[in-house]
Design a protein around this ligand. Structure first.
Ligand SMILES: C[S@@+](CC[C@H](N)C(=O)[O-])C[C@H]1O[C@@H](n2cnc3c(N)ncnc32)[C@H](O)[C@@H]1O
Length: 267
């Protein structure tokens, strides 16, 4: 009985400490967000949200065949939007478990394959790669594969975090288990969708331009984003990172982007 009570007490103290830590982190995030309001808007646009809400919708038309590569359990289109558009969606992912956990009925076909060694059938109107290419060991091979999946005139819509970002460099230095634990402890909401191993192979705007040329893609549109939230849990670090970003941008222009989107048309 006494041991049980002690255990419960320990649990409560642990919970209280956790809650205290979380509210401290929330205050730091609030401070970082508040500081950001002082910066011009272009430094505040969330790349992934812009890709979802503004970039991709421009290319959605009725009755397209869409490959969602690395869509896993979180495909780009909702079932409602897919039905409205009459789209056919192929879910291609390296992880069968991820594909299995996708919303029921979203994929008309699933392909469990590594995008770096998949040979397509030139039958896609649209390919969507959202937060995929940073997880791929050989991005050049992925470009070759995407080119083989698209019809001539088909378009690849890519959103990717840049290798040039500070968090990407840190990510490459830290062991996978440690960074996953850190990420999920500080930002519990990332547990479902983030924490896959990352390589950032050739994930820079410059390298993507080279690869696009090499695999005969015509660059239709590109957008660059200069915000990410990784350092927002500790305002002094966030402030230093913001100063770094402003200087980096001044010197290296779009190469300093934290994330970017590209629309590449297969010639
Ligand atoms: C960060 S998740 C992104 C999921 C979804 N696209 C999103 O934006 O939420 C990365 C996905 O890419 C898949 N993936 C990683 N490497 C891959 C590869 N070489 N070929 C195909 N899929 C891969 C993972 O299994 C995972 O489902």
């Amino acid at each position: 009985m006494i041991t049980e009570r002690l255990e419960t007490q320990k649990e409560c103290t642990k919970k209280e400490n956790c809650n205290m830590m979380q509210s401290l982190i929330n205050t730091q995030i609030w401070l970082s967000r508040t500081f950001d309001k002082l910066l011009p808007e272009k430094y505040r646009i969330d790349g992934n949200q812009d890709f979802i809400r503004s970039f991709v919708p421009q290319y959605l038309k009725p009755n397209l065949k869409i490959y969602d590569i690395g869509g896993g359990k979180n495909p780009y289109l909702s079932l409602e939007k897919k039905t409205e558009l009459g789209a056919t969606i192929v879910g291609l992912d390296i992880d069968a478990n991820e594909l299995q956990h996708a919303p029921q009925g979203i994929y008309d076909e699933v392909v469990c394959a590594d995008i770096t060694n998949y040979k397509g059938h030139q039958d896609a109107d649209l390919v969507i790669c959202q937060a995929l290419l940073e997880h791929v060991k050989d991005v050049e091979k992925a470009f070759a594969s995407i080119a083989s999946i698209l019809k001539p005139g088909g378009i690849a819509l890519i959103f990717v975090p840049s290798r040039n970002a500070l968090y990407a460099r840190l990510n490459l230095l830290l062991p996978q288990t440690i960074k996953k634990q850190l990420l999920h402890t500080i930002y519990p909401h990332t547990k479902r969708l983030q924490g896959f191993p990352s390589y950032y192979d050739r994930c820079t705007p410059k390298d993507f331009h080279t690869l696009a040329k090499q695999y005969q893609f015509d660059l239709q549109e590109e957008r660059f984003y200069f915000i990410s939230s990784y350092f927002s849990f500790f305002f002094p670090a966030y402030l230093l990172w913001r100063i770094w970003i402003l200087g980096f941008h001044l010197l290296f222009g779009t190469q300093s982007a934290e994330t970017f989107s590209m629309a590449l048309k297969k010639i």
